[in-house]
Design a binder for this molecule. Structure first.
Ligand code: ATP
Ligand code: MG
Length: 491
């Protein structure tokens, strides 16, 4: 008994399709996330790898499961597609975890569904490993995200440009409802459906809103707030989502869909990796604007629920969308102050931060290491060596900036040691660097060797604690010959 329950399938039938996972040839566990399994409950923790593989590859439908795929729509690269839905994802059910939080347990890559359109319903091993590693790394860095409970090999090939090993990822989320789920009903003029969906997510994700004067407006404000905070956190660690379509924008405010995501190394705000993002729509610096655009699309769907008077509705919704910018700016600035070791606030801090980013830009410095080695330097000027070694193009600019930073620090009361500790707890040393992920994927795909994946997963589980036993290459940007210039959408 895995304690599966089913709140989403109490919604009207048009919200989802009942569908069973397709059988696979030879399920084999790559990695069962036992820590997360324990959070789901003792029955999940008690599964051995073979039992878990059979269930999480979809071959054995556990007692109490009622598998469904969810309907949704979405704007993809700005164009509206009225009918998407889980084309390869199947929700086994929900579990109330040991902390009392209701979580979706969903198989991604579990076979065709009524929403598959032309697709095969499957996932290749590479994207499954990428999603596992990056989503768990995000979690370890304290960023709201879907989690990875398991990666299982199916024993069946999937055909992309070539045959590749197939795999299934088990994803755990506070909810898989997306902006695109609201759009699905709005596009059909289905106000009743919208109301039922809004009530559902308020009940499950935003219970504090229940009983307020205008719950639909409060919902918009709450989602926009979480999205603004989320994207600020992405920018703080150099994360580029890569495919911020409205169907990949979560109502719970979790990071979802790690298809073409990647981390920026040398700081450059125009960085793009995704092979399908040719216009750079989802570049690093565009992410807040795009998230706000996505919130405008959510706002449009909620208009009929906000006020019977459409003008009033538009006015309130507009304000909520405009407020996104302020929430984002506040979150971004607060996080950047933490990254610089500042506790107090001064008006010129934004300029100090921008100047630091500019020093990184002109020096083509690694964004992650620049902040980490600055954290080391917080102990005192004698620890500046490693920081300055990153600044090879215009070291004078880095030295000047350090002087202005130290002048700013002199107006704070924290000791250098305490500041270094605080900065080390917010500036990661280990991030999922693209070439390390690629290396893990290559050796798993080509040589069935999962040890680089295992090692990387372990290293990424302690992003803020530098471990002298971990080889230094896990902290370094790619060498020119290792550089990954593109990531490919995981379909
Ligand atoms: N191999 C596939 N077979 C069928 N449908 C697919 C496949 N890959 C993607 N899709 C569908 O195409 C749409 C957009 O794909 P996208 O890459 O955003 O999603 P995804 O990575 O499958 O899923 P998610 O957003 O759930 O992480 C979704 O409706 C998705 O279910
Ligand atoms: Mg998606």
């Amino acid at each position: 008994m895995l304690g599966l329950s089913h709140s989403y399938s109490t919604l009207p039938e048009r919200f989802f399709a009942q569908v069973l996972p397709s059988r696979v040839a030879d399920p084999r566990m790559i990695k069962y996330n036992r820590q997360l399994a324990a959070e789901l409950g003792p029955d999940w923790a008690a599964l051995d790898d073979t039992q878990a593989a059979a269930i999480l590859a979809g071959n054995e439908v556990p007692e109490g499961a009622k598998p469904i795929s969810m309907a949704y729509a979405g704007h993809q690269f700005g164009s509206f597609v009225p009918q998407l839905g889980d084309g390869r994802a199947i929700l086994l059910g929900e579990v109330v975890d040991t902390k009392g939080v209701r979580l979706d347990v969903q198989l991604k890559g579990a076979g065709r569904t009524p929403y598959s359109r032309g697709g095969d319903g499957r996932a290749a091993l590479g994207p499954v490993l990428r999603e596992y590693l990056v989503s768990e790394a995000m979690h370890a860095m304290g960023i709201p995200t879907t989690r990875a409970l398991a990666a299982v090999m199916t024993g069946d090939p999937v055909y992309r440009e070539m045959p590749l090993p197939g795999a299934v990822l088990t994803r755990v989320a506070r909810s898989h409802v997306r902006v695109g789920t609201f759009q699905f009903f709005a596009a059909r003029g289905d106000t009743e459906g919208l109301k039922a969906l809004a009530d559902y997510v308020i009940d499950r994700l935003y219970p504090e809103i229940k009983g307020t004067k205008n719950p639909s407006l409060a919902l918009l404000v709450a989602v926009a707030t979480r999205q603004a905070q989320l994207v600020a956190q992405w920018l703080h660690i150099g994360f580029i989502h890569g495919v911020m379509n409205t169907d990949n924008s979560s109502i719970s405010g979790e990071t979802i869909d790690f298809g073409p995501c990647a981390f920026m190394e040398a700081y450059n705000p125009t960085t793009v990796f995704s092979s399908i993002d040719r216009g750079g729509r989802y570049a690093y610096q565009n992410q807040p604007g795009i998230a706000q655009w996505n919130m405008a699309r959510l706002a449009e769907t909620l208009l009929p629920l906000i006020d019977a008077d459409i003008d009033k509705s538009v006015e309130s919704a507009n304000q909520a969308v405009i407020a996104f910018a302020e929430t984002f700016n506040t979150s971004w600035l607060a996080g950047m102050r933490r990254k610089l070791g500042l506790r107090t606030t001064e008006d010129e801090d934004k300029a100090l931060i921008d100047a630091f980013l500019n020093v990184q830009l002109v020096n083509r410095a690694d964004f992650t290491l620049a902040f980490r080695r600055l954290s080391d330097a917080a102990e005192g000027p004698e620890f500046e060596g490693a920081f300055l070694a990153l600044m090879n193009e215009d070291r004078a600019s880095a030295k000047n900036w350090l002087a202005s930073w130290r002048a700013r620090l002199s107006r704070e009361t924290m000791s250098g040691e305490a500041r270094a500790r605080a900065m080390h707890a917010t500036n990661p040393i280990y991030i999922p660097r693209n070439h390390l992920i690629e290396e893990a994927i290559q050796s798993a795909t080509q040589g069935a060797d999962f040890s680089p994946f295992e090692t990387l997963d372990t290293v990424l589980s302690h992003p803020f604690r530098e471990d002298p036993d971990v080889p230094v290459r896990y902290t370094l940007p790619a060498e020119p010959n290792e550089r990954v210039l593109q990531t490919f959408c995981g379909t």
